[in-house]
Design a protein around this ligand. Structure first.
Ligand code: SAM
Length: 284
């Protein structure tokens, strides 16, 4: 009888994945971590019962997380990744020339086990001399550092357990103080259809700090409930208005291979459907 991984994140909604081989299953010091084989998604990592990333669809998530802010900004030298212990976001950021990455993840085991069991996702990013790895609570890190970055990618788990602090007003305020002028913060902000409150909370909290706050979306097949929202926050209102032609020039110059990202997908991803706009504007 085939074992089934049952992700019951949202009330009344379950995502069941057949479990082939279990490669790892144990509690780290901080989180329940499982890595298993699935016939459709390849190797899958879950933390505290929530699917984090899969070999087959991670490229969509990590390409959109990295290339949208970097190509919109146009002159990124330093990127801070909070979370992202699977190394996927770091791999995509490091495809760009002349960018240094600081990655701050609270759980060393996630990094080590991702390198061991999901090597294609980081694909050597952790060995790249341009990457500075810090094992720490991202919330503490941004409070204590005096460094600044052009892009901050908050690649966190959902707002439960150790990830909860990465959705607070205090954390966003400290992130802003680590951002260079005109810099961009992007966040993993859940699936609006089943996580509307998370989206609205981030919108309101970031809205107290930045001139331009919105979301862009992409559908990640292993994240149940529809398109995922990436939070967008910057004081440079021009970045979201960049033409597809400008983005295309920058994409061409970047000379990177992608499987999902294109400049017109970038532009289109910021077009929000009515049900998402209603989450952001309802006053009830
Ligand atoms: N793509 C995933 C998603 O959408 O939920 C996120 C992937 S990544 C594996 C999430 C990472 O956030 C984990 O490695 C976890 O250890 C890290 N994390 C959770 N809370 C953290 C904190 N307070 N500071 C730094 N990293 C944290």
């Amino acid at each position: 009888m085939m074992e089934v991984f049952d992700e019951g994140l949202h009330s009344g909604v379950n995502l069941a994945l057949d479990v082939g081989t279990v490669l790892y299953r144990d509690k780290t010091d901080l989180q329940d971590l499982i890595i298993f084989e699935n016939s459709t998604f390849g190797r899958v990592m879950s933390l505290d019962g929530a699917i984090q990333t899969t070999e087959k669809d991670e490229f969509i998530y990590h390409e959109m997380f990295a290339h949208v802010p970097i190509l919109a900004h146009g002159n990124v030298k330093r990127v801070l990744i909070i979370g992202g212990g699977d190394g996927g976001a770091a791999r995509q950021v490091l495809k760009h020339r002349n960018i240094a990455v600081t990655l701050v993840d609270i759980d060393r085991s996630v990094i080590d086990l991702s390198i061991k069991y999901l090597p294609s996702i980081s694909n050597g990013a952790f060995d790249d001399p341009r990457l500075d790895l810090v094992v720490a609570d991202g919330c503490q890190f941004v409070k204590e550092t005096d460094q600044k970055w052009d892009v901050i990618i908050i690649d966190s788990t959902d707002p439960h357990g150790p990830g909860e602090v990465l959705y607070t007003q205090e954390f966003y305020t400290d992130c802003k103080s680590c951002l260079t002028a005109g810099g961009v913060i992007v966040t993993q902000n859940g699936v609006p259809f089943v996580q509307a409150e998370e989206l609205r909370n981030s919108y309101d909290r970031l809205g107290l700090l930045f001139q331009d706050v919105s979301f862009y979306m992409a559908t990640i097949p292993s994240y149940v409930g529809g398109p995922l929202a990436f939070g967008w926050a910057t004081d440079n209102k021009e970045l979201r208005k960049l033409s597809e032609a400008t983005l295309a020039d920058r994409f061409l110059d970047a000379d990177i291979e992608t499987g999902y990202y294109t400049p017109d997908v970038h532009k289109a991803s910021f077009v929000l459907p009515i049900y998402v706009k209603k989450i952001l504007t309802t006053t009830e």
